[in-house]
Design a protein around this ligand. Sequence first.
Ligand SMILES: *Cc1c(COP(=O)(O)O)cnc(C)c1O
Length: 430
Amino acid sequence: MHDFHYQGREMWCEETPVAEIAAAVGTPVYIYSHRTLRNHFRVFDDAFGAVPHITCFAAKANSNIAILRIFIREGGGVDIVSGGELYRALRAGVDPRKVVYSGVGKRVEEIEYALETGILMFNVESFQELEAIDACAGRLKKKAGVALRVNPDVDPETHPYISTGLKENKFGINVEESRQAYLQARRCRNLDLKGISCHIGSQLTKISPFIDALDRLKDLLRALRTAGIDIRYLDLGGGLGITYKDETPPHPSEYADAIIEAARDISCTFIFEPGRVIVGNAGILVATVLYTKENEEKRFIVVDAGMNDLVRPSLYQSYHHIQQVRKSRRREIVADVVGPICESGDYLARERRLPGFARGDLMAVMSAGAYGFTMSSNYNSRPRAAEVLVMGDRYHVIRKREELRELIRGEKIPDVLKGKAKTILRRAYV
Ligand SMILES: *Cc1c(COP(=O)(O)O)cnc(C)c1O
């Protein structure tokens, strides 16, 4: 469910016309519905109301500090994967005791930053990382809360790029080795072995892989408690899918009920790290049609948003609905929607049946709230898009459009290159 809908022929976000925002802020622009974001968070968090838990929103899905703030105000924590995301979460006002830190490549500086901040725990992905955290904690005279990220070797049945819980993936520690890893970790004096974690992939549309992973974690939990290791947190990661096209993922309450049922014989605090399911359908990317053209083979709709703004179609061949911001009565066409980037892979939709878009029309790329802006770049020296948060009949720019001078921030021409530039033109054909 989301709060983008038509009134007559106009697309609205909550009680605000999308075209009004585009006119004022320009395009490309990401537009998010506050109501959808808050409701999605509440639905997910309430679904686990029967068990002790912390919902730690996965910041990498959408890390704008205004968005993080919405979930923090609802009592949520944050799942981070870098020092940069920790900085954002803190600026958004998170309670560090609700922060979990995942990721295979944590740098020493990042570990120190997290330790000084007092986060709940690190989800540790290798033996060497365990040693690095122990050493940092020793130097800072702190105790580091840790969970080992276990790779349960279950197939999430999703796109290979977003599958993370198979042996062939780089993530986590093999489930067979994990008991040994905990016993080894117990010898590290600066670690507090608080939890077990896993995250098996993203955009899952079935419950069974989650339950298979949970079963493996439960076995480990029992073995560790028997060995005298006091595991208090079970972190089941994120990964619940959403409807982009015709997928039918379980509702968060079905997912929660299945987990609560499967876990009724254990007592611990659960941690969840949902990203996409909270923000995915709560945001759209609005672009302007620059040109249309056709050849014998194809029609193209060229818009002012490209793979630098939304890379998912190019990277994962993922599907996003394309809609008109103002419905026209033009004939339907089959076309590719492409961006201005100089790459053939720069597209938002391929061979798609679409309403007849014309030059100057506004286009809404739906379900762009997750892994949209956060994966955007300046490729082709394109300033990054603005972000807007709609709240009822008002809206707020929560990130202004980048300016040209920001593109070269930090760049410098060395003095030796500063002399006069050659002015002679090479003799050309005349
Ligand atoms: C990406 C990621 C998430 C969020 O995944 P979603 O599919 O967006 O819910 C959660 N935890 C970890 C460790 C991740 O890497």
